[in-house]
Ligand binder design. Structure first.
Ligand SMILES: [Mg+2]
Length: 258
């Protein structure tokens, strides 16, 4: 395969499904990051995770032996906090697990007429009661902020329904559109690119999700490199209208391109 074009001056790399699946590191992930960094190219690591606080995520990456610094991680909860800081000290209701809530400690919490409901993930806690509570807040004055609107994700034993279906349900019932924070929101990619001091066309996004990672990145002006690991499925990629800039078998192949 040819080397990547010299326009690429930085990498935005998805975590789950690209560097690891569950707790299993993908072969060559750490070596590839070291190789890119020793080539002098900046990297940021993008994740839509809704189940881990920034502190917990950083610990996981360290335990896996991945050479990633804390401030190189651009997560959906971190991006949501940055978004909320731009509002006027909003009161919030958080639909997420207790660990991720620690990222939002600076905001006032209430279920009584909050300014914002933030929808993350509560694993198998989804039920009629919580959906109805979110609906009642959303039909009141609360804005809906969704950490992302993913359709499905990949676990070692197969695909799982993601929170997008619940976000869409609240939007449908309340007639209010959610602000989506994580991938594929253009603001999310822009934030990561700016953090590297680059412009979108000079950044390649590496991801396993043809729509959210590759489609999202390319809509924001980045170049999308699809990896055939994690949630990648040949039939889903074939059915998509998104044409990646390049396709690689795994993150390990990136070493040969840089
Ligand atoms: Mg992924």
């Amino acid at each position: 395969m040819q080397k990547l074009n010299s326009q690429i001056k930085g990498f935005l790399i998805d975590l789950d499904g690209v560097l690891y699946v569950g707790d299993n590191l993908i072969d060559g992930a750490a070596e590839t990051i070291n190789h890119i960094k020793s080539s002098g190219l900046p990297c940021r690591f993008a994740t839509n995770t809704t189940t881990k606080s920034s502190a917990t995520l950083y610990k996981k990456l360290q335990a896996l032996g991945l050479p990633i610094e804390k401030d190189e991680i651009i997560s959906a909860p971190r991006a949501a906090v940055l978004h909320l800081r731009k509002l006027d000290a909003p009161s919030c209701f958080l639909c997420m697990n207790d660990d991720v809530k620690t990222d939002f400690a600076e905001f006032e919490m209430t279920e009584k007429e909050p300014d914002v409901v933030v929808i993350g993930d509560i694993d198998d806690g989804w039920n009629y009661d919580i959906m109805n509570r979110l609906f009642l807040m959303a039909i009141g004055k609360a804005e809906i902020l969704a950490l992302h609107k993913g359709r499905y994700w990949h676990e070692p034993d197969g695909l799982r329904l993601d929170i997008g279906a619940f976000v869409a349900g609240i939007e449908y019932a309340s007639g209010k559109e959610a602000t989506i924070i994580g991938k594929p929101s253009p603001d999310f990619f822009q934030m990561a690119v700016e953090d590297m001091g680059l412009i979108p066309k000079n950044v390649a996004m590496i991801g396993d999700d043809i729509e959210s990672d590759i489609g999202g990145a390319q809509s924001a002006g980045l170049k999308g490199i699809l990896t055939r690991t994690g949630k990648y499925r040949e039939e889903l990629a074939a059915r998509s209208h998104v044409i990646p800039y390049a396709v690689i078998d795994s993150i390990a192949d990136l070493k040969n391109l840089v």
